[in-house]
Design a binder for this molecule. Structure first.
Ligand code: 5GP
Length: 179
């Protein structure tokens, strides 16, 4: 069995400050408009929950579910599959895609193409974490809380093999083989 070591990385107080700032910025940028927040499941649920509480606008919330990793890997397979679609019409809406982390950018590139066909008024990307050094697709988040180096992280919604999503802080995951 592999041994997991969780190294503290981003504290909950720091997350709360940044999430509040992002919510206030979105509120300013879309003043007088409605927004549709679309959380990309499963990783973005905790971030979307806290972010939405800091947005002072007329807000609709929906979710979309995609899968890009296979099994227990910590690197993307490069293949994105739609698992569950948005339950709202998008035409004329200010759509904000809320992600846990932008890594290669393949997931958001796929989602942007898929959803732009439905004629939203605008599409923005809001991510908790951004790993620009790993980017393959041309994706630049409009809103990003933290830029991080090429490390595999868990907590605050992010998982490894569906574990650790409930942790209130973000950790680096170090996997070592147990002998
Ligand atoms: P991308 O398509 O940008 O390569 O990957 C996006 C998805 O990969 C994220 O939504 C997330 O599920 C997963 N991912 C990328 N980096 C990490 C990481 O460091 N930790 C975790 N837990 N998931 C990651």
């Amino acid at each position: 069995m592999d041994k997991h070591v969780l190294e503290p990385f981003i504290k909950k107080e720091d997350i709360a400050v940044k999430v509040k700032e992002l919510g206030e910025k979105i509120t300013r940028d879309f003043k007088g408009e409605k927004v549709l927040l679309v959380g990309v499941l499963k990783g973005a649920w905790m971030f979307l929950s806290d972010l939405s509480k800091n947005i002072d606008l007329d807000v609709e919330i929906s979710f979309i579910s995609v899968s890009s990793y296979v099994g227990e890997k910590t690197t993307t397979s490069g293949v994105v599959r739609l698992m569950c679609d948005i339950d709202r019409p998008l035409e004329g809406k200010n759509l904000i895609l809320v992600e846990d982390i932008v890594d290669t950018g393949l997931t958001l590139n796929y989602l942007k193409k898929l959803l732009s066909v439905r004629k939203p008024k605008s599409i923005s990307i809001c991510t908790l974490l951004d790993k620009p050094s790993r980017r393959v697709a041309p994706i630049n988040p409009d809103y990003s809380a933290f830029e991080i180096p090429d490390e595999f992280v868990v907590g605050y919604g992010l998982d490894f093999n569906n574990r650790y999503r409930n942790l209130p802080e973000i950790y680096k995951l170090i996997i070592s083989e147990d002998n």
